[in-house]
Ligand binder design. Structure first.
Ligand code: 2BA
Length: 121
C-alpha cells in the first residue's frame, strides 16, 4: 500500500477531489501554503493499493494544471542614493508536486459508541 501526497494549487483541488471520489478513492484535504510563494495550496493525501498508484497519477495529471506566477524578488541591501527597480521573476507552479510513501500499516477503526448504536451522548 502507498500514501500518495499531492501538493496542488487551490484552483485545482476541488476538481481533483471530485475525480478521486468519483473513482472510488478516499482522500484527505489539508489546507497548506508553499514555503516559496507563501500562497495557499492544498495537500491531498490518498491511501491506495500499489496497483492503483498509476491511476491516481492519471487523475492528478488530468485535473491539475501548470500556471505562471510572478514573484517580486527580495530587495537587495542598498547604499544611500542607490536606486533599484525590482522586476518580477516568472515561476511555473504545478500541475502538482507528488510524493509516494510506503505505508507500514493502514487501519480504519470502526467502533460503535459505548452502549451500542444510538447511545445517548
Ligand atoms: P511554493 O514553495 O510556494 O513554490 C511555488 C513555485 O515556486 C514552485 O512550483 C517553483 O516553481 C517555484 N519555487 C519554489 N521554490 C523555489 C526556489 N527555491 N527557487 C526558485 N523557484 C522556486 P512547484 O515546484 O510546482 O511547487 C508548488 C508547491 O509544491 C510549492 O509551493 C510547495 O508548497 C510544494 N512543494 C514543491 N516542492 C516541494 C518539496 N520538495 N517538498 C515539499 N513541498 C514542495
Amino acid at each position: 500500500m502507498k500514501l500518495v501526497v499531492a501538493v496542488v494549487q487551490g484552483k485545482d483541488a476541488e476538481a481533483l477531489l471530485d475525480a478521486l471520489r468519483a473513482n472510488g478513492y478516499r482522500a484527505t484535504q489539508i489546507n497548506s501554503s508553499g514555503g516559496f510563494l507563501r500562497e495557499n495550496n492544498v495537500t491531498v493525501m490518498t491511501g491506495v493499493n500499489d496497483a492503483q498508484v498509476p491511476e491516481v497519477f492519471r487523475l492528478i495529471r488530468d485535473n491539475c494544471y501548470t500556471r505562471t506566477q510572478y514573484v517580486n524578488p527580495l530587495l537587495p541591501i542598498m547604499e544611500p542614493g542607490e536606486f533599484y527597480m525590482p522586476s518580477p521573476v516568472e515561476v511555473q507552479v504545478g500541475g502538482a508536486t507528488v510524493f509516494v510513501l510506503p505505508v507500514v500499516r493502514y487501519e480504519r477503526i470502526l467502533a460503535p459508541a459505548a452502549g451500542g448504536v444510538g447511545a445517548a451522548e
